[in-house]
Write a protein that binds this ligand. Structure first.
Ligand code: T1G
Ligand code: NAD
Length: 648
């Protein structure tokens, strides 16, 4: 199949790559590019070559799906070297994203031209590898070492204008890219050519520079190894000749390609890409979402409204009374002001976000809403009363959603006319930040409404995962098992701080006890008390003992740990030791890795039960929930992937 076509515009040859969906550099494309260089070098009439791509993007990198197979020639570094050494200068014309091997091909070209909407990057560390075709060796020669360290070890793409400012892009254009590139090439051959990237000098750095970078990256990486290997490749590129540095990079790339971390990150990469449109949606079509509404302006309601506004949707925010409404609007304003403070929004954008919110206590203002998301108190009576009011004023085809964490959405929907339009949409706090959205259809939810949930996730830039109905759906159910497992270790004499240190060592930002102190021990306590009040036999937990002693976490100055006034640093607590003394049988300590593997195995076991009950459709869904909702380290692949690979 022809993936490469060559056209002639006078003395300029235009090489067009067309390998949908993202022009990934699979073996066939590499071969055809290799052949194109030979053909054009042999064509005396050609003075320069424009390399451009068809479809929605420039080359998005090597074909990641080839990584679990032995590499086949021509290898990408050789293809890039061939383009760089070509007898005629090549001009890369970039639209969409030039990523990984795609940007390395562009660095092999003598010039790079990009549309103003384009971006370039070397995201390989996000796949547990390093650039493998010269990215760590040519980038510092073109943009300098400091910029190269940022680009390669951080993996974040750069917008065209920023890349131009760093010297990575020679010209930024708008409109007709192909025409602009041909004109650029015609101009370029009238002037002396710049050196190819490989021949440009690179500035050596003080040893202190590399030590500093090493320390900063180690802290950020939390156990992920690729960024540190990328740094080692960049250092090598400044200390040894080009060819030697290329060999070092290639060796590192091939070693990491076969690593567990790379396998885990590939698993997550493809799971994330499959998530937005699972096959079981079939031909179902999402309903139009032009206007949304949120009931309740508390922690979740304000976050959900902010997420909807960030996606450009007009929002109606409903609260139960004027005072609560004011608090709701204040919560929302605080979210946008926070985004301004972090430089994510301008003042004007924050004002525009807020202006798109209609705040009211009058449910009649919901008449035009296509989607209503409820985020009021976690009490079934309150939620049902809210939906009775909502159903009385909304269009009969408006989608009605509940953000409940633990209640049965079908039970909440009881009595709602046209229950086919009802669905659970479980956001995670802070809802405008956390990427996960658990989609919980009821037995009545129609396929189109289910598809609407997935489409909403895409609109909001979230990762959707469908969950069946059980207490805690997927994420909170596994969280419960994780916490029970952690408490059981404490009862066996393992120190609270040792459990948290073990999970941080495994790659979590914080352990289960630190996390509970941050979120509050009372949320789960109230939930258990509510269950006990209905006569359920819910065993007393260690956490319950602490809450009964007034220890709800950071908000009360103490939970599993003590906190000095105004401080967030957890301090081991003698009071807790006393409160729990008679609950603990000292059966000896466990080392960190053993603690972590034990608790991750608990999560995976609950995951297996969830799969067996059909609450989750596939193990990868559970991994996405844990990674995007509960801070499970991405480079471990998720509890199901981890357990699967430990089992080997
Ligand atoms: N290889 C194989 N398939 C890929 C792919 C890739 N590099 N990138 C995307 N796909 C598939 C994806 O699975 C999906 O398939 C479809 O394309 C559309 O993707 C030597 C070794 C480019 C910004 O890390 O970031 O180069 O589900 O849904 O939202 O140094 O895809 O339809 O069957 O994401 O428009 C480095 C990865 C590789 C970039 C487009 N490159 N891709 O986003 O579409 S390593 C990357 C992306 C490398 C060299 C090394 C995004 C995108 P399906 P999509 P999108
Ligand atoms: P919250 O107490 O912060 O906010 C609830 C809001 O609902 C309050 O502002 C209250 O005034 C309002 N409200 C109550 N009755 C109302 C009514 N009849 N009409 C309009 N507004 C009314 O609670 P929250 O933490 O935002 O939780 C809301 C829902 O989201 C709960 O179901 C909870 O289980 C779920 N949830 C919470 C989290 C979390 O981390 N907090 C995460 C996911 C889901």
């Amino acid at each position: 199949m022809s993936l490469v076509s060559i056209a002639r515009e006078g003395s300029i040859a235009v090489v067009t790559i067309d390998n949908p969906p993202v022009n990934a550099l699979g073996q066939a494309l590499r071969q055809q590019l290799w052949d194109a260089v030979a053909a054009l070098d042999a064509d005396a009439a050609v003075q320069a070559v424009v390399l451009i791509c068809a479809g929605r993007t420039f080359i998005a990198g090597a074909d990641v799906s080839e990584f679990c197979k032995p590499p086949v020639a021509p290898h990408l570094p050789d293809v890039v070297a061939r383009i760089e050494a070509a007898a005629k200068p090549w001009v890369a014309a970039i639209h969409g994203a030039a990523l990984g091997g795609g940007f390395e091909v562009a660095l092999g070209c003598r010039f790079r031209l990009a549309l103003d909407s384009a971006s370039v990057g070397l995201p390989e560390v996000g796949l547990g590898i390093v650039p493998g075709a010269g990215g760590t060796v040519r980038t510092p020669r073109v943009a300098g070492v400091v910029a190269a360290v940022d680009l390669v070890t951080g993996g974040k793409p750069l917008r065209a204008a920023k890349a131009q400012a760093l010297g990575l892009i020679d010209a930024v254009v708008s409109g007709d890219l192909r025409a602009a590139a041909i004109a650029f090439a015609q101009e370029a051959i009238t002037k002396p050519l710049p050196l190819p990237a490989s021949a440009r000098p690179v500035v050596a750095q003080e040893a202190g520079f590399w030590d500093e970078q090493q320390a900063a990256i180690t802290k950020l990486a939390k156990g992920e190894v690729a960024p540190l290997h990328a740094l080692a490749c960049l250092r090598k590129a400044t200390e040894v000749p080009f060819a030697e540095a290329m060999a070092f990079e290639r060796e590192t790339f091939l070693a990491l390609r076969g690593s567990d971390q790379a396998a885990a990150l590939r698993h997550v990469f493809f799971a994330e890409r499959a998530a937005p449109r699972p096959a079981h949606l079939g031909a179902a079509q999402p309903l139009p979402l032009r206007a949304a509404a949120v009931i309740g302006g508390g922690t979740m309601g304000a976050g959900i409204a902010a997420a909807l506004r960030d996606a450009g949707l007009p929002v109606t925010l409903i609260e139960r009374d004027a005072a609560a409404l004011e608090r709701g609007v204040t919560n929302l304003r605080a979210i946008f002001d926070g985004a301004v403070a972090r430089g994510r929004l301008t003042e004007a954008q924050a004002a525009e976000r807020l202006a798109g919110v209609t705040a009211s206590t009058d449910y009649a203002s919901l008449a035009g809403a296509d989607l209503v998301i409820e985020a009021v108190f976690e009490e079934i009576g309150v939620k049902r009363a809210v939906f009775a009011q909502v159903a009385a004023v909304c269009r009969p085809d408006a989608v009605l959603a509940t953000n409940t964490s633990y209640l049965d959405p079908a039970a909440i929907a009881q009595g709602v006319p046209n229950p086919a339009r009802f669905i659970g949409l479980h956001f995670f706090s802070p809802a405008n930040v956390m990427k996960l959205l658990e989609i919980v259809p009821t037995p009545d939810t129609s396929p189109d409404v289910l598809a609407t949930g997935f489409a909403l996730a895409k609109t909001l830039g979230k990762i959707p995962v469908q969950a069946g109905i059980c207490e805690g759906f997927i994420g909170n159910r596994i969280l419960k098992r994780y916490r029970v497992g952690a408490e059981a270790l404490v009862r066996r004499g393992v120190a609270i701080a040792a459990v948290d240190a073990a999970m941080r060592g495994f790659g979590f930002a914080m352990g289960p006890f630190e996390a509970q102190d941050l979120g509050g021990l009372d949320i789960a306590f109230l939930q258990r008390e509510a269950a006990r009040a209905t006569g359920q036999d819910v065993p007393e937990t260690l956490g319950d003992l602490l809450v009964r002693a007034g220890r709800k976490g950071q908000k009360t100055g103490g939970g599993w740990y003590d906190y000095a006034p105004g401080q967030r640093k957890p301090q081991p607590s003698a009071t807790v030791a006393d409160l729990l003394a008679d609950q603990i049988r000292a059966e000896g300590q466990m080392d960190g890795p053993a603690i972590a593997e034990h608790l991750v195995a608990e999560m995976a076991a609950e995951g297996q039960a969830i799969l067996a009950e059909g609450i989750a459709r596939q193990p990868a869904d559970i991994d996405l929930v844990e990674i995007h909702g509960y801070g499970f380290p991405r480079w471990r692949g998720g509890p199901m992937f981890h357990a699967q690979n430990r089992a080997g």
